[in-house]
Ligand binder design. Sequence first.
Ligand code: DX5
Ligand code: ZN
Length: 209
Amino acid sequence: MILAPSILSADFGILAEQIKKCEKAGATWLHIDVMDGHFVPNISFAMPVIKSIRKYTDMFFDVHLMITEPERYINDFIDCGADGVTFHVEATDFADRCIEMIRSRGKLAGISLNPNTPVNAIIPYIEKVDMALVMSVEPGYGGQKYIDSVNRKIKYLREIKGDYFKIEVDGGITADNIDTAIDAGANIIVAGTSVFKGDIEENIKRLTR
Ligand code: DX5
Ligand code: ZN
């Protein structure tokens, strides 16, 4: 299991310091949420922030694009330091092109779906991507409650894709429910609030125990 702390819930005034703490506690992935105020109601941050933090760590930058027409920006996000780029199936008419753009640059390609999007929406692309990101909250904000019904989608994807495929779950993960997501078949776990609220190193230890 890989834990991917989501910096959306970090203190941006001391972001580099907080990332170092994640690294020290053993995290190898960093989940980076990009929001455009269009595909989702919220706006977060984009290239300048990613480029800045790239200097401070070699962690895997797992960039989650919650933006309309991701094909317009994929190359820019790779240029500023993304190791993996995940886009939403709902956000583009050109999913195949997005996958090709990411993979042609040697990066990990992920496809994501919202809680209300049926898993069938990503099936046409599932053989072409490296990872499926199953949203377990409505995208846009940290600190929401995990939607249990998404476990069915995770189980289904695990069944059809076998043991080694990357299935990431994102939203509402806590020390109390992390096991249900893992039992369903998720092997990459995003956690924002439950990592950054309080003591980062202790929180990561509790989540990865
Ligand atoms: C939500 C983002 C998540 C968010 C998770 O739209 O995609 O990555 O940071 O935050 P928590 O873990 O607090 O639900
Ligand atoms: Zn995310």
